[in-house]
Design a protein around this ligand. Structure first.
Ligand SMILES: Cc1cc2nc3c(=O)[nH]c(=O)nc-3n(C[C@H](O)[C@H](O)[C@H](O)COP(=O)(O)O)c2cc1C
Length: 345
């Protein structure tokens, strides 16, 4: 998964990824969870696959107002998050667990290095994952350290003492924030690997927020009341996410729940959203629905399989170029100005 000598075109990256992923991912023309429904472990959505499929459907149902009588020719895509200037409001989502999800077709360390390094090269940063095998978290931390702290580890909701130990590792690696994928509460198989997980009470969250000087992100919030709890208990950010449809069957699409959640907490905490973001137009839609920034998961993993770090960077750059055009075509001079006015009702 090393750096390719010359960065191939996106079509070639996807062709190579399909070959190298050996059926784990079909690299479909439209990545919407239909072909891989039920493939967890793997790249799909859990159960019927409805959560992943709904993410894509709900996003596709959003239509945009095209506006072209203005002077927005050079929109500004930059944002500042956790004190870091980023070239675009798009971060890499944690995609990890090669032993269970990718039949070990790649090493955990190589995948993490490609995701974190590629996002860094494209002017943004990636989140890294955690799992039952210690090397999942450790590979992410090593990649973040290697990138000079440009990465955010997302930790599984195990006992607080274990999470706090991992916070210390994140602090030492120079990470600008830490997170917990609270929606991994139902991963019962983690107990078999000696790393049990479960739901976090408001009291747990308060203890965790107070245990680190870094901003705390809660990933996997799908209702306004839980967004409120996150804000009240000291979280600095949430990710509105159904874990790419991998945590619970039959959740709504993120685009459906995001406006209500943004109304509840936007401005008090950072609101990220993820699920089925494939283009800059998708980014624009989630921002218009209330997100401050978005995460992209599966397409970056495909980039990593296709051309390593350079492949990840290329996928992010394609989304950036598409977002720039989408902002011109909706008359948005900056990320801040993307709002409900771009949504056709
Ligand atoms: C193979 C795979 C592994 C994942 N591993 C993690 C993980 O370790 N931690 C986590 O918080 N989310 C994990 N996710 C969820 C993603 O971070 C993200 O929420 C989701 O994939 C976003 O949807 P998208 O892939 O359609 O962009 C994983 C997703 C996939 C497909």
């Amino acid at each position: 998964m090393g750096q390719a000598d010359q960065v191939p075109e996106l079509s070639e990256i996807r062709r190579r990824a399909k070959e190298r992923m050996g059926g784990v991912c079909r690299v479909c023309r439209v990545c919407d969870g239909r072909a891989c429904a039920g493939e967890v472990p793997g790249m799909g959505g859990i159960g019927t696959g409805a959560g992943f499929i709904r993410n894509a459907e709900a996003l596709a149902e959003i239509k945009l107002n095209m506006r072209v009588l203005h002077d927005v020719a050079e929109p500004e895509l930059g944002v500042t998050l956790f004190g870091l200037p980023l070239e675009l409001p798009v971060l890499g989502a944690p995609v990890a667990g090669v032993k269970i999800n990718f039949r070990e077709l790649v090493s955990e360390a190589d995948l993490a290095a490609a995701m974190v390094g590629g996002c860094f090269d494209a002017g943004t940063l990636a989140m890294t994952g955690d799992g039952g095998h210690p090397e999942v978290f450790e590979s992410g931390i090593a990649a973040i350290r290697e990138a000079g702290g440009r990465g955010i580890p997302i930790i599984k909701p195990g006992p607080n003492a274990n999470i706090i130990r991992k916070f210390r590792a994140a602090e030492a690696a120079g990470a600008p924030a830490v997170g917990i994928d609270v929606d991994a509460a139902g991963l019962v198989n983690m107990r078999l690997l000696g790393a049990p997980v479960g739901p976090k009470s408001p009291r747990d969250i308060r203890e965790l927020a107070e245990s680190t000087s870094l901003p705390l992100i809660l990933k996997g919030i799908m209702t306004p009341d839980e967004a409120e709890i996150a804000a009240e208990c000291g979280a600095a950010a949430i990710v509105v996410s159904n874990h790419g449809g991998r945590a619970l069957d039959h959740t709504p699409g993120v685009a459906e729940v995001l406006p209500g959640i943004a109304r509840a907490v936007k401005g008090r905490i950072i609101v990220f959203a993820d699920g089925a973001v494939r283009t800059g137009v998708d980014v624009l839609k989630y921002l218009a629905l209330g997100a401050d920034a978005v995460l992209v998961g599966r397409p970056l993993a495909i980039g990593a399989f296709g051309a390593g770090r350079a492949g990840v960077a290329r996928v992010v750059e394609a989304i950036r170029d598409d977002l720039r055009v989408a902002m011109i075509m909706t008359g948005c001079p900056s990320i801040r100005t993307i709002g409900p006015q771009v949504l056709a009702s």
